[in-house]
Design a protein around this ligand. Structure first.
Ligand code: GLV
Length: 308
């Protein structure tokens, strides 16, 4: 059984599977350079964490693929091209810690103006002034799932009100539906986006959404670039009414000439929220457990079916 994995460390955790299971024939494909064999022969593909080109064409050749196990929570890069006979599983839970840490760091950095102070430091300038703070603010999490819960746990010591929104409202857990956004957005100091990229969330943060946000609020996007209408965001940040911290962009890598790079009040990181040793450890654990499930004929975890 041919398995393509993205790195040596993942190959290593598949080298000593429990006795009695068929030994997989692993090859490394990290998205660069030549393919390690014929895509037609691959039964399980674990693609790399970062962006790679040519996914539609590659999946189009994977006629024997049975399982596509992503190491990301988002599956938008793969789902539209999944061969009919294959199942798609995501890495739900794997990035909760890393992404939640990034989200809390992002809101603190923007509210306490770390990017501006870093620039002042480069000018050797003691730029004393008061800043906003996270304490006493309201943080609205849009797309409240396992990463949202991890964000909320980390915010527990910051004396903030956390408001939760998800596609499916869950009254018992105080999770509002998206129809409550016009009422909730004007009260939020920080709006965190964690929704998956689907046709329903494409540009959900449009001019109307941004208009409901309160003056001085911070938008934190740890979801996907497609969720925010950048043409609507640019005038809001350029005019100084809103600020934004973005780990994701409409096109990745964001081209050097893109106006987002130089827009005032925008702090960009290059899709790094889940790129940490903590996530890497969890990825290894997930892939190993999932392959064991597959090889022993047990039900797979994190299968993506219907809406997710
Ligand atoms: C990262 O972007 C992920 O989807 O996990």
């Amino acid at each position: 059984m041919k398995i393509w994995v993205p790195s040596q460390d993942i190959m290593d955790v598949l080298s000593d599977l429990p006795e009695g299971l068929p030994e997989p024939d692993c090859a490394i494909y990290d998205g660069n350079g030549d393919l390690p064999g014929k895509p037609e022969d691959v039964e399980i593909w674990v693609p790399p964490l970062g962006w790679i080109s040519g996914i539609p064409a590659l999946l189009g050749r994977m006629h024997g693929l049975r399982l596509l196990q992503t190491v990301t929570a988002g599956v938008d890069a793969y789902r539209p091209y999944l061969p009919e006979q294959a199942v798609l599983c995501n890495a739900r839970g794997v990035h909760d810690a890393g992404t939640a840490e990034w989200v809390v760091g992002a809101m603190l950095a923007m509210l306490r103006e770390f990017p501006g102070f870093a620039l002042a430091q480069q000018r050797c300038e003691w730029d004393y002034h008061h800043t906003a703070a996270l304490a006493d603010s309201t943080v609205l999490i849009v797309g409240y799932g396992s990463i949202g819960e991890a964000v909320e746990r980390r915010l527990a010591g910051f004396e903030v009100d956390v408001v939760r929104v998800a596609r499916t409202p869950r009254e018992s857990e105080n999770v509002y539906g998206e129809d409550a956004l016009p009422k909730l957005l004007p009260k939020a100091d920080v709006v965190v986006l964690l929704v998956p990229a689907t046709p329903a969330t494409d540009r959900m943060v449009d001019a109307g959404f941004l208009n409901w946000m309160k003056d001085g609020a911070v938008l934190v996007n740890a979801a996907r670039g497609s969720v925010v209408d950048i043409d609507a965001l640019l005038p809001e940040v350029s005019g100084g009414r809103l600020r934004a911290v973005l780990d994701v962009a409409p096109t990745e890598p964001l081209p050097p000439e893109h106006p987002l790079w130089t827009a005032p009040g925008v702090f960009i990181t290059p899709h790094v929220a889940g790129s940490t040793p903590a996530s890497a450890r969890r990825i290894r654990r997930l892939v190993r457990e999932q392959i064991i499930r597959y090889l022993s004929g047990r039900p797979l975890a994190n299968m993506i079916t219907g809406e997710y």
